[in-house]
Write a protein that binds this ligand. Structure first.
Ligand SMILES: [Zn+2]
Length: 506
């Protein structure tokens, strides 16, 4: 195939600084492919690669000839800091494969933007820097970023264009990949992207960053309203609150068609507007006791509308362990009926259920091997109602059509709660995670999901926003920032320092 030669890579990790280290094994269980294997995956019917990457590829394919040069991709939902040896393997692999692929006309990387390492403070910046060093100053280096990226100055300087998602839940990942493809073609035809960057000392709590309505929706809409023929892209990343790094905080990146002054002016204008709205980023959570009372009432009275309880403090999509027992324990011990809970990460428990078989009743010991004190332990009699090998296809929401690997799964009935137990840590982002085990979400009286917000893009069929309850329970992803043991965020920063003043640098 002729046409432009575009190198492709991926590194996606959102690092919760207080979560266990992200290892090679964890990436391997999710997505770690190189060269021809990477290409075979994105060409398959249900790829495992990041949705941004397949979106970029599909859009490039649709727009004419090109030669894709697959380098290397590694992706995991969210975890702790990446283990340094593995990070070097990824960075070295990308760099050496890129050298071998030269000459290239452009580079596209699917990045998350909120990685930290056990030794490296800005892995995303390092990857862009290494790529830039190989291709030189004139080759376009593009990257998509998660809306939760903690963007660094280095990331902006070492890339030609950064395009962040604009939806939360992230239902525009394919679109943002396609946007990069379109702008890549434009740059190959001679356009010159010029970016400006403003970092705000503002950490919006995770549950305040929805894009349907609220302060973040407003600032994103304002940013898009400033796009005209001179502006390529406006990206406003809310940031990942639990990164605990010097690069935490909301950021504005404006990329223009070679108009540096305009880029600076717009980035500043948007940043000031976002800062002026900082007081609106306030989480409203429901206590565990109140949530339990609501679930009890739903279980007792079939005429009440069913409720969805989001365990926002134990979101594997933000580095949560996916195994805190607090809601499960409270619901079981008080006798809540008709509840579903998913997905609970406990490989030994899933293995035991598989060994005992469907129909077996046994003493389920949740978290027998877990060491994080926020996870807790719970023991109760349980019955194995269904088993599954754990590779499923996303049906609706952010992973629709993509393969999701959960490892051996088991459906356990524990009192009035049916629990979906899995062996690969993932957030509950797709109804298929229940339905594959034969469960009918529409028939449940209450549903507990271990997810901060991405579940909304799939569970909206059953639960409109007004029937979603965000529960305040312990966990590594609590949106109550006063409880987070921050060490490395720059101070002052809002809302940790509520009275601080700020204006963007001149
Ligand atoms: Zn995100």
């Amino acid at each position: 195939m002729a046409g432009p030669r575009i190198a492709l890579g991926a590194f996606m990790l959102e690092s919760n600084a207080h979560s266990p280290v992200a290892t090679r094994e964890e990436f391997a269980a999710n997505y770690a492919l190189a060269g021809a294997d990477m290409q075979a995956d994105w060409q398959s019917a249900h790829p495992r690669c990041p949705v941004t990457l397949s979106g970029f590829v599909d859009a490039m394919n649709a727009a004419g000839d090109w030669t894709p040069l697959p380098l290397l991709g590694a992706s995991v939902g969210a975890s702790g800091p990446v283990e340094h040896g593995y990070f070097l393997e990824v960075a070295d692999g990308l760099e050496s494969r890129l050298r071998a692929a030269l000459p290239v006309d452009g580079v596209y990387l699917s990045l998350h933007g909120a990685a930290i390492g056990t030794q490296e403070v800005d892995p995303d910046g390092v990857i862009l820097e290494r790529v830039r060093r190989v291709v030189g100053p004139d080759v376009p280096v593009f990257a998509t970023l998660d809306l939760h990226a903690n963007v660094s100055e280095n990331m902006v300087c070492e890339s030609s264009l950064l395009v962040a998602y604009r939806t939360n839940p992230h239902v525009d990942m394919a679109e943002r990949g396609a946007e990069c493809a379109r702008l890549m073609r434009e740059c190959l035809a001679g356009a010159r992207p010029t970016a400006a960057f403003v970092k705000l000392p503002l950490i919006p709590p995770s549950v305040t960053q929805n894009t349907k309505s609220g302060p973040y929706a407003d600032i994103l809409a304002f940013g898009q309203s400033r796009i005209d023929a001179r502006v390529m892209n406006v990206s406003i990343s809310s940031g990942f609150s639990l990164g605990d790094t010097p690069k935490n905080g909301m950021s504005v990146v404006v990329t223009t068609r070679n108009d540096a002054a305009l880029a600076r002016r717009l980035a500043r204008e948007i940043a000031v507007k976002a800062w002026d709205d900082r007081h609106r980023y306030v989480p409203t959570l429901t206590s565990l006791a109140d949530a339990t009372a609501m679930a009890l009432a739903c279980g007792r009275d079939a005429s009440r509308p069913a409720l969805l309880f989001a365990d926002v403090a134990d979101n594997p999509g933000g580095g949560g362990r996916g195994n805190t027992v607090w809601i499960l324990k409270s619901f079981v011990e008080t006798g809540v009926q008709g509840a579903l809970l998913g997905i609970f990460f406990d490989p030994p428990l899933a293995a035991e259920a598989h060994a005992r078989g469907t129909g077996a009743t046994f003493l389920a010991r949740f978290n027998r091997d877990e060491t994080n004190p926020l996870s807790g332990r719970f023991e109760s009699e349980a019955t194995v109602e269904a088993l599954h090998e754990g590779t499923i296809i996303g049906r609706r929401g952010i992973s629709a059509g993509h393969t999701i690997v959960l490892g051996p799964m088991a459906l356990l009935r524990v009192g009035g709660v049916r629990v979906v137990v899995v062996s690969v840590r993932q957030q509950c982002k797709d109804t298929a995670m229940f339905e594959e085990l034969g469960l009918d979400i529409g028939a449940a009286r209450s549903v507990i999901v271990k997810s901060r917000g991405h579940f909304r893009a799939a569970f909206d069929l059953h639960f409109p926003d007004e029937r979603i309850v965000e529960v305040d329970a312990p966990g590594l992803t609590t949106p109550v920032l006063s409880r987070v043991p921050f060490r490395d965020v720059p101070r002052p920063i809002y809302p940790l320092d509520p009275d601080m003043q700020w204006s963007p640098p001149a």
